[in-house]
Design a protein around this ligand. Structure first.
Ligand code: ADP
Ligand code: MG
Length: 253
């Protein structure tokens, strides 16, 4: 059976008079990758930040791993990993020192090199964050979410702006994290990515959840309405060409 690790009930968020999240309810199952999709302004980040205890809600009930957000937000913080805005990384420190710093903040004993290995950045241990490529930056910031050995990690558009290799690379990393038993909540604007990664997705629009299902079932439902895609005449697309030509291994991504 699926254990519910996050339960959101009747969540509402108003910014002044503006109703950004309109009474949404959903559950996230333990061990799944749950995707939150939707156009810009749909309310995805607001919803995530409320669950992460970083933003106040207007009303509704949120339970994370049995802990009520209203009564014990501190306990929720301890069991989740949140990707920081990259500007939060002290510019003077190298990657090893940053991991150590975070470990200190979380009161964890860690072996920095192990974390860097996890995200394939051992050879950048002595580099500063700003010296990394876009993909490396994302991988490093995902590593920092894992330091407190969280049960759940939150990734808000982790692949936006990355090249195709770096994106695939991050998919592997995220699948790896799931394989080790961590629940992942992710937002993305890339539908191929959601299809690849997510066990279930919720599609948000203007503050409401308009569909929630596995990608496969959502597609089947659309097809069942008689929808048909314009016939695909070629067996590959331009992205396939790009990946084929430039390789899909790690490289500098
Ligand atoms: P998404 O992540 O889906 O793009 P957001 O949750 O960031 O959407 O934003 C949802 C809506 O709430 C948007 O219309 C946005 O402009 C508004 N919003 C977000 N943060 C604030 C804020 N701090 N003050 C006022 N409005 C905000
Ligand atoms: Mg957002």
């Amino acid at each position: 059976m699926n254990n519910i690790i996050i339960s959101v009930k009747n969540l509402v968020k108003n910014y002044g008079n503006f109703n950004a999240v309109k009474n949404i309810s959903f559950d996230v199952y333990e061990g799944e990758i749950f995707g939150l999709l939707g156009p810009n302004g749909a309310g995805k980040s607001t919803t995530l930040e409320i669950i992460e205890t970083l933003r106040d809600k207007t009303s509704g009930e949120i339970i994370v791993d049995g802990i009520n957000l209203d009564t014990n937000p501190g306990a929720i913080k301890k069991i989740i990993g949140v990707q920081l805005q990259t500007s939060g990384f002290y510019p003077g420190l190298n990657l090893m020192e940053l991991i150590q710093l975070f470990a200190g903040l979380y009161n964890q004993k860690v072996e920095p090199m192990e974390f860097l290995k996890l995200v394939n950045l051992e050879d950048k241990a002595k580099n500063k964050f700003k010296e990394l490529s876009g993909g490396q930056k994302q991988r490093f910031s995902i590593a920092t979410t894992l330091i407190n050995k969280p049960k759940i990690i939150f990734l808000d558009e982790p692949t936006t702006g990355l090249d195709p290799q770096a994106r695939r690379n991050l998919w592997d990393l995220i699948k790896d994290i799931k394989r080790k038993g961590t629940t992942v909540i992710i937002t993305t604007h890339y539908m191929d990515e959601a299809e690849q990664l997510c066990d279930r997705i919720a599609i948000m629009d203007e503050g409401k959840i308009i569909s929630l299902n596995s990608p496969d079932k959502m597609i089947d439902e659309l097809v069942a309405t008689g929808f048909e895609r314009p016939k695909q005449v070629k067996l590959a697309n331009l992205e396939d060409v790009f990946i084929h030509l430039t390789g899909k291994d790690l490289r500098e991504s």
